[in-house]
Ligand binder design. Structure first.
Ligand code: C5J
Length: 228
């Protein structure tokens, strides 16, 4: 397929949809719904709802374009053998990773809270990557998957902007991918961190990526389909 031009900051970006992937980071009940990991840390989880509509739009556009859509989930094995003790012990949460909560054990694979929110549920066949860390490349097979699909450009959506989205974009950039945050399809418990997190990506001529949004992503792909 030919390249299409995405409006983005700090500059527009030409990309080939057939060599691109949309990665939706950690849109899990544990982060977005009351009673999960995010709330145990003292956060107002309702703030993350802002990203759900734009994520839906971006996912629908990517699916319609035949683009690879990958979902991630942060979480740990039930025996916690992959959870660093420093991560479990950190801070003063109301419940720690592995403790029982209203959506099952906090941040544990297989528990209801670990699952992706219904509005953004993966379609049949879409890869779901379970990651123990903040970045989607750390201790996962994401790099292999992207290499097999000959992907060179990553569109990144999800939560939270300054933690798992940022870490994934930084990891992807260092591995040679062109990484684009879809800003309105990302969210944070801290609106200021969200704003500044996006600024950081695109500062200095795009020091580790680009920033665009779900509307521009969707309309660029729709125009490409019309022209094809
Ligand atoms: C956090 C994430 N914030 N998905 N995880 O612990 O950003």
């Amino acid at each position: 397929m030919t390249e299409v031009q995405l409006p983005a900051e700090p500059s527009g970006l030409a990309f080939d949809p057939s060599r691109s992937a949309l990665i939706v980071i950690d849109m899990q009940r544990d982060f977005l719904e009351p009673g999960g990991f995010g709330e145990t840390l003292g956060n107002d989880v309702s703030l993350l709802q802002a990203a759900v509509g734009p994520c839906r739009k971006a996912i629908a556009a990517a699916r319609a374009a035949g683009m690879l859509v990958i979902h991630t989930r942060e979480g740990h094995r039930p025996d916690l053998s992959d959870a660093p003790p420093a991560k479990i012990a950190r801070g003063e949460p109301s419940k720690r990773i592995g403790d029982p909560g209203p959506m099952g054990r906090i941040l544990i694979r297989g528990e209801p809270g670990h699952d992706i929110v219904e509005a953004l549920y993966p379609a049949e066949g879409e890869p779901v990557i379970d990651k123990p860390g903040k970045g989607a490349f750390h201790q996962t097979d994401l790099m292999q998957m992207l290499g097999n699909a000959r992907v060179d450009t990553l569109f990144v959506a999800g939560v939270t902007t300054e933690v798992c989205v940022h870490t994934t974009i930084r990891e992807g950039n260092d591995r040679g991918f062109r990484c684009v945050a879809l800003g309105d399809a990302c969210a944070s418990y801290f609106p200021e961190f969200h704003r500044v997190g996006l600024e950081m990506i695109k500062a200095q001529g795009g020091i580790f990526g680009w920033v665009s949004d779900a509307d521009n992503f969707a309309s660029t792909l729709a125009e490409a389909a019309k022209a094809a």
